[in-house]
Design a protein around this ligand. Structure first.
Ligand code: NAD
Length: 140
């Protein structure tokens, strides 16, 4: 027996193909913000989530703090919600983590990634219980 029902995955694949999937990017830094711009340009509705309220305020005002992203590219993000509130993940079909992994004693500190994965799992649970359970089991 499959670990998960495949129907949700087939529905997700179809929503990515037809661009109806909502894509969330967590961490809007040097990696996350250009990624969000690219995903939006590809035709998706996007959600940008960052813990830093000053970055969210800048993006909402159409300003960029990343040299690789022009203000005009931020201004063009008309299908994007910028927020510090993880509750928006309830609407996300795809979530990409672009969070810091600083080196600690020569090894990457994954605590921020783990904490964000927990948050994502909680919000996935309300949308897709099977997928959330699979993620939870894999993280154990
Ligand atoms: N910058 C690069 O050139 C580069 C290249 C390859 C890989 N990476 C990797 O990509 C990842 C992201 O790097 P980066 O350079 O974009 O980092 P960054 O510091 O520029 O951005 C990280 C963002 O995450 C936000 N953040 C931190 N904790 C958060 C939380 N709990 N919830 C929401 N937002 C949170 C920060 O406010 C910040 O805006 C790292 O793992 C890094 O090692 C970066």
């Amino acid at each position: 027996m499959d670990l998960i029902d495949t129907d949700p995955l087939e529905r997700l694949a179809a929503s990515i193909r037809d661009r109806t999937a909502v894509v969330a990017v967590i961490g809007l830094g040097y990696v996350g913000l250009p990624l969000l711009v690219g995903v939006h340009e590809a035709g998706f509705e996007t959600i940008g989530l960052d813990a830093d309220a000053t970055k969210i305020d800048a993006l909402r005002a159409g300003r960029s703090y990343i040299v690789d992203v022009a203000p005009s590219e931020v201004g063009a993000l008309d299908r994007t919600a910028f927020t510090t509130d993880a509750v928006v993940l309830d609407r996300a079909d795809v979530v990409v983590l672009c969070l810091p992994t600083p080196l600690a004693d020569g090894a990457p500190d994954l605590s921020m990634v783990r904490a964000a994965a927990e948050t994502v799992t909680e919000h996935l649970r309300s949308r897709n219980h099977a997928l959330a359970e699979l993620l939870r089991k894999r993280s154990e």
